[in-house]
Design a protein around this ligand. Sequence first.
Ligand code: GLC
Length: 449
Amino acid sequence: MRIYLRVMLRSTNLLSEASNILNNNNQGLYTMPAADLYPHQWLWDSCFIAIGLRHLDINRAQTEILSLLRGQWLNGMLPNIIFSTGDKYSADRELWRSWLSPNAPAKIATSGITQPPMVAEAVIKIGEKLSPLERRIWYRRVYPSLVKYHEWLYAERDPHQEGLVLSIHPWEIGMDNTPPWIAELSEHQLNSWIRTIKKLHLDNLISHMRRDTKNIPSFERFGTVELLAMFSIQWRLRRKAYDISRILDHSLFAIEDVAFNAILIRNNHHLQNIAKTIRIPLNQELIKRMKKTEHEFNRLWDTTTSQYHSRDFITHRLLKEESVATMLALYAGTVPINYAHALVRQLEDKNSFNTNCPVPSVPINSPWYKPLNYWQGPSWININWLIIEGLKNYGFIDQAKKLRLSTLSTISNSGCYEYYNPENSNGLGASNFSWTAALAIDLALCPIN
Ligand code: GLC
């Protein structure tokens, strides 16, 4: 009760602080995640941002999504970054050179990979704020792009029609240095030149050139060796002109990520609901593939850890380094109830995910846990939002209410940061972070009954 009153008293301040951040980060067509560090448009960021913006300015929320869709590739892919224009950013655009692919849009520079498919969720949440007629108009406007995107995910990322879609870069899953991916990266992606840099400690020298550690302490970011490994995969993708058959040929690095697939399942449902509302039947083949994902997802369950884990695409080996990704199975909403109960028990366990300011991105009893380091310990507001939705899916209402309040309390204690120390709610990473501001607004204005 005490925490409830405190949060409610502060929420007026929080709302004005959050809407100021969204205004300051407004770039006209879209909202950048954070000034300096993230000056472009990111895919899942814009979805979370639109979910908050719908409470402030519905037209701006719609523009945020429409502007994402302008980056859609001819094959249907939605890229994780659409680059800002202007000379200042030419090096960022050059890094990706999306124009090497015949599928890239002609006049817009983008990355060549995607991010978790959250768009249908944002479309539905915006739809909730519209009248039935406006909602149908809105859905009709975005529907063709959404279908094309989900079809692309299956066509390119589930080449053997096994049900789960694969990801080819840690940046695609949005949790860049999460333990299962980093463990795989160290196993397969440390080329000889990166090993030499590591051996000679040249990474310390290179660290000085990093943009992300200019204003943020380096222990809050991931290591330079890991970053080089990420760039080396990205260069390989670019060399193959982002052509998936060339990329998968000879590559050992493809993962069926648990968070990405959980988000896909939920968004498949949203897409089906959108189709139903506007009475345009989705094609049967796509529906068949969507069903298969739900079925196959449960193969990611591991009885020894009582968690869902990502899986190596080639060997089907489960990657058992623990992370908060397992909790997104609740968000998928299609997993058996006894598995959902097992996850909630871990969410409530003080030795696992139940810290003072939950939900840590890695449980505290994992050897990987580092409370200050990016996706290896800190709590992230977008993940909390997804878990709250997941708890609601299964009727864990008390737990959802508790997490909503502790999330709002974390944000009001420290301000809108990129991530937080899960033990004391200190803000970490970039300040004035857009999705934190947007989701603070959404959580504050949507009490759970
Ligand atoms: C970081 C995050 C990623 C996010 C991006 C822009 O790379 O890991 O999830 O989309 O920043 O905010």
